[in-house]
Design a protein around this ligand. Structure first.
Ligand code: ADP
Ligand code: ZN
Length: 532
C-alpha cells in the first residue's frame, strides 16, 4: 500500500504540499490514505502527535462530498477546525451547543451538490440521539456525497480501553446503514484486546490495520522508590522539580482528586507555581489552570487523569506520577504528554507497594482491571530490563535494548547497577506459611500485616516460628510480595466496609505448587550492599 501509482497519487502529493505545506509523509500515512481512498476500511494506530489527522484531511480534499468525523471532545474539534480553516479547507462541526441557524445551514450543505463543505465534525451523541441528523446522513448517502466516516479516538468504543464512552457503541450501526462508506478508525491505543473489540463493535472484521512505532526516543523513562512518609515524598518531588526542572513545564499525575488537592497544597507551600486540575473543580477553574499553564504563568499542573485528552503543549519537560497509573497503557499515554517538541524530557514514576492496593481496590470490578494493574506493577518492580522494552512488548513491538540509547534508568550508564538472580523460594513459602497461620486463627491480613509477621514484628500470635524474612530492608520484602502477587502465588481478596474497600492477601492459584515444593521462584536483585 505504500505505492505512489494510484490514480490519486499525483493529486495527493500536490495537495499535501500546496494546501498543508507538508513535504514528506511520515511512516504509515501514505498506506493509510491509499487504503481509505480505495474505499476500504482501515484502522490506524499511531502515538499521539504522530500525524493521524493528515490521513483524513488530505483524502477529504481528494474525494467528492463530505467526510464525517466523529470525535469525542468539542475542544479537539475546535482545534482541528481552526487549523483547517487556516489552510482554507471548509470544515464545520455540530455538537450539543450548536445554534439552530448553523445546524440548518450545515444540514443544507450536506445534501447540496455544489456546497464547499469537505469535513463535518460531530460528537457521537449527535449521531446516537438526533434522528433528524441520521435522516440527513441517509439523504447525503443516497446522493453519493457521504465519502468517508472517520472515527477519532476509536478506542472509546471498547469498555476495555482507558476511555470508554457509551455513545461510541452506537457507531456499530454505521456499517450496516452505510455499507458503501469506508470507515477510517484512528487511535493511539494499541492493546490488541481493545482493537479486536473495536473491530467487532464497528462491524469491520476485515479492516486493514496499520501501526506506527510507539517508541518515543526523546523520553527518558524512570521508576523511583517513593518514601512511605508523605512529607518526605513531597520533599523529594519538590527537590526534583527545583533542581532538575526549574521554571520548566510539567505535570504531576495523582491517583485521586484528594491526592491532587494535597499535592497542590504541599508543592505550593514549598514555593512552586502549581495549578490543580480534576473533575470536581468548576469548568472555569479548570480552564483557567490550563490556560495559565499554556501561557507559562504556572509551571506545573497537579492533576488526575481528567487532565488528558486534548492536552497539547509542546514543551512539557517532565511528567511525574506521584502514584501508580492503573495500567501500562495509561502510563504510556500520560507520560507521552511530555516532549511533543522532540526535545529530551523525563517521565518519572514514584512507586510504592501500598499504592498497588489503593489502585486495586478501585479497579478490581473492571473486567481486566487487576490484570492491567499487575502489568504496570511488573514494570515497576523489574530490576534490570530496559523500560522501553517493557513498554514495547506491551504494544506488541519487538525491541532491541541497544536502541534505548541510555534513555531509561536501567540502560543509563550513569545509573546502571549490576543485578544478580537469586532463589527466593524459601522466602515465598514463608509468606504462605504466615497466611495459612492467620487463616487457622480466622484472621485476615493486609499486605502491611503480612510484612509485619514476616519480619517477626506486630501481634505475637501472628508470628510463626521458623519464618524468616530475607532482609531487614522493607523495600526488598515489598518487592518479593509484589512479585508473588503478579505471579499468582498470592492474590487479593476484597472486602467492603461502609467507607472503603480493603484488600487482604490470601494464597493464590499457584500457592499449592509452591508449598509442595514443585516450583522455584527466582528474582533479580541489585548487587549493592544494602539490598539482599
Ligand atoms: P495526532 O492526531 O496523531 O495526535 P496530529 O495529526 O495532530 O497528530 O499531528 C501532529 C503534528 O504533526 C501536527 O502539527 C501536524 O501538522 C504534523 N504533521 C503531520 N504529518 C506530518 C508530516 N508528514 N510532516 C510534517 N509534519 C506533520
Ligand atoms: Zn532502556
Amino acid at each position: 500500500w505504500d505505492r505512489s501509482d494510484f490514480p490519486w497519487s499525483k493529486e495527493l502529493e500536490d495537495k499535501m504540499k500546496s494546501v498543508f505545506k507538508i513535504q514528506t509523509l511520515r511512516p504509515m500515512q501514505l498506506q493509510t490514505m491509499n487504503v481509505t481512498l480505495s474505499n476500504k476500511d482501515c484502522m490506524l494506530i499511531m502515538p499521539t502527535g504522530g500525524g493521524k489527522s493528515l490521513c483524513f484531511h488530505l483524502p477529504a480534499l481528494l474525494s467528492k462530498g463530505v467526510t464525517l468525523v466523529v470525535s469525542p471532545l468539542v475542544a479537539l474539534m475546535e482545534d482541528q477546525i481552526m487549523a483547517l480553516l487556516k489552510f482554507n479547507v471548509a470544515a464545520e462541526m455540530l455538537n450539543a451547543s450548536t445554534n439552530k441557524d448553523t445546524i440548518k445551514r450545515v444540514q443544507e450543505e450536506m445534501v447540496s451538490h455544489n456546497a464547499p463543505l469537505k469535513l463535518l465534525y460531530v460528537t457521537p451523541e449527535k449521531l446516537a440521539k438526533s434522528k433528524r441528523f441520521m435522516a440527513k446522513l441517509e439523504k447525503m448517502y443516497q446522493l453519493g456525497r457521504f465519502s468517508r466516516l472517520v472515527i477519532d479516538e476509536v478506542h472509546c468504543c471498547s469498555q476495555w480501553g482507558h476511555d470508554f464512552r457509551p455513545d461510541y457503541k452506537f457507531l456499530g450501526i454505521m456499517k450496516r446503514q452505510f455499507p458503501q462508506v469506508p470507515i477510517l478508525c484512528l487511535t493511539a491505543t494499541a492493546t490488541s484486546k481493545v482493537l479486536e473489540d473495536v473491530k467487532k463493535i464497528l462491524n469491520i472484521p476485515n479492516c486493514y490495520v496499520f501501526k506506527a512505532s510507539f517508541n518515543r526516543p526523546n523520553l527518558y523513562y524512570e521508576v523511583r522508590e517513593k518514601s512511605g512518609v508523605q512529607t518526605e515524598a513531597m520533599d523529594e518531588i519538590y527537590k526534583l522539580i527545583q533542581n532538575q526542572f526549574p521554571n520548566q513545564s510539567g505535570i504531576v499525575y495523582c491517583f485521586s482528586k484528594k491526592e491532587a488537592d494535597d499535592v497542590t497544597t504541599e508543592l505550593t507551600r514549598r514555593g512552586i507555581k502549581v495549578g490543580c486540575y480534576h473533575a470536581d473543580l468548576m469548568a472555569v477553574e479548570r480552564s483557567r489552570v490550563h490556560q495559565a499553564w499554556l501561557a507559562d504563568k504556572i509551571h506545573v499542573v497537579v492533576a488526575t487523569v481528567a487532565f488528558g485528552m486534548g492536552i497539547d503543549k509542546p514543551d512539557v519537560r517532565f511528567v511525574i506520577h506521584n502514584s501508580l497509573s492503573k495500567s501500562m497503557e495509561n502510563l504510556y499515554q500520560e507520560s507521552g504528554r511530555a516532549g511533543r517538541d522532540d526535545k529530551k524530557s523525563h517521565c518519572i514514576l514514584f512507586y510504592r507497594l501500598q499504592d498497588v492496593f489503593k489502585q486495586s481496590s478501585m479497579v478490581f470490578t473492571e473486567q481486566t482491571g487487576l490484570e492491567n494493574l499487575y502489568g504496570i506493577v511488573a514494570y515497576c518492580i523489574d530490576a534490570n530490563r530496559c523500560r522501553r522494552s517493557v513498554i514495547a512488548s506491551h504494544f506488541g513491538e519487538v525491541w532491541d535494548k541497544a536502541h534505548c540509547n541510555g534513555m531509561c534508568d536501567h540502560c543509563d550508564p550513569a545509573k546502571q547497577k549490576s543485578t544478580q538472580n537469586k532463589d527466593v523460594t524459601k522466602y515465598c513459602q514463608d509468606v504462605l506459611t504466615v497466611l495459612d497461620h492467620a487463616k487457622r486463627l480466622d484472621q485476615r491480613l493486609t499486605a502491611i500485616k503480612v510484612l509485619e509477621s514476616w519480619m517477626q514484628k506486630g501481634p505475637v500470635n501472628m508470628r510463626v516460628k521458623g519464618v524468616e524474612a530475607p532482609s531487614s530492608n522493607i523495600l526488598t520484602l515489598e518487592r518479593i510480595l509484589a512479585y508473588m502477587l503478579i505471579q499468582g502465588y498470592i492474590k487479593e481478596d476484597f472486602h467492603f466496609t461502609p467507607y472503603s474497600t480493603i484488600s487482604y492477601l490470601v494464597p493464590g492459584p499457584k500457592a499449592k505448587l509452591l508449598s509442595m515444593g514443585l516450583e522455584n521462584v527466582t528474582m533479580d536483585f541489585f548487587s549493592c550492599s544494602n539490598q539482599t
